[in-house]
Design a protein around this ligand. Sequence first.
Ligand code: FAD
Ligand code: NAD
Length: 401
Amino acid sequence: KRKPRIVILGAGYAGIMTASRLTKAGMHQEAEITLVNKHNYHYQTTWLHEPAAGTLHHDKTRMKIDSVIDTNKVNFIKDAVKEVKREEKKVILENGELEYDYLVVGLGSEPETFGIPGVHEHAFAIRSVNSVRLIREHIEYKFASYNNDDVKHDEYLTFVVAGAGFTGIEFVGELSERVPELCEEYDIDREKVKIISVEAAPTALPGFDEELVEYAMNLLESRGVEFKINTPIKEVTENGVLLADGEEIKSHTVVWTTGVRGNAIVEDSGFEAMRGRVKVEKDLRAPHHDDVFIIGDCALIINEEINRPYPPTAQIAIQQAYTCANNLKHLITGKGEMDEFKPEIKGTVASLGGKEAIGLVGSRKVYGSSASAVKKMIDNRYLFLLGGMPLVLKKGKLNIL
Ligand code: FAD
Ligand code: NAD
């Protein structure tokens, strides 16, 4: 009898941890496991604000898939997923197709534009190694261009970050640390450079602890960041951004961080979705699909205490991978039980560049260098879960204090 085929789409937190958990449970003996990813490496989305600003080399955020997944146990295919044909139980790839008995969709997210004109054409996004490498190169190019042109273009040195959610704030934190170095390197006065964080809501980090938000904003302002709060962006052009209040900010660098939606492939494949995310059953399967698990940023789960969706995070994606691997094991071997997924939110910590951060750990507020140390420990813990101590030593953040 042929073994059941498990196909995992995407090797982000959700996908790679599912593959890792399945092999640790010996499931490669019971099933044929295939992992498909666009690149031959796994990258840590949660670190991408750093290489985007140029404060960390992008190679620190990525690792070859065959260095963390045993490819004798998991068949790895480097290819881009195009579509899931649910009825035929098939996945269409750019260069082929795959049949499955069980599918795990872990294709991550894409930037939410809310249909605002010009975002796709003129703004940068923090979403992959490729996209952040481009941001870093572009920023350096603008610094290099400034003194090379006889006419001085202030817009070369104006950096607009759209959205002051966690991604926007973390990126602004890194950029505000990097700018003094760039000024030194390219002989530019710090005063010439503007970093502007534009936020639609009445505060940065809406919904987060007010005291911590104030700490973050004060710190970033002390590094020269300007905030434009209560100011939705209504258009991005090749010259900058147009704000809802009619103001135009001239800028050659607009980084778009106004939130995410699930990978469009999910909706395009006919799964019922809200902002690209499928409201999954408690066992993480798509409604009416006994053979499809959807996890990570493509999945929507509700926080029943407040009756609102949980924000998509790596923390949840990793926990879902554990449940998903367990439930696949149950379906295939009949052993154990189907688990209901219940996130265990340990806290939220956001870096602000250098040795600064803010966060809630449980209900405790942390900020400054102790929060930054916690943040690095969270980053290292993930590496430990994936590849043990050797991976922590190779890719971890070891300068904790
Ligand atoms: P991802 O980790 O993004 O992985 C998706 C994978 O799918 C990628 O490897 C990609 O290459 C692959 N893929 C995509 N499309 C295709 C295709 N068509 N074919 C094949 N492969 C494909 N969350 C936290 O919990 N804590 C944090 O501190 C935190 N910080 C963040 C900082 C930043 C700058 C950002 C942007 C996000 C942060 N998040 C954080 C959110 C977190 O990164 C996401 O929730 C998490 O990455 C979701 O995991 P995932 O596996 O669903 O997607
Ligand atoms: P987000 O939804 O958290 O924040 C987006 C921000 O953009 C909001 O504050 C929103 O008001 C603002 N915005 C929306 N439209 C706008 C407009 N037209 N003009 C100006 N501002 C606008 O999204 P994100 O920051 O991209 O984060 C994505 C996900 O990743 C979230 O779930 C977040 O919790 C998670 N994340 C977590 C961390 C962490 O834990 N350290 C870090 C980064 C991201």
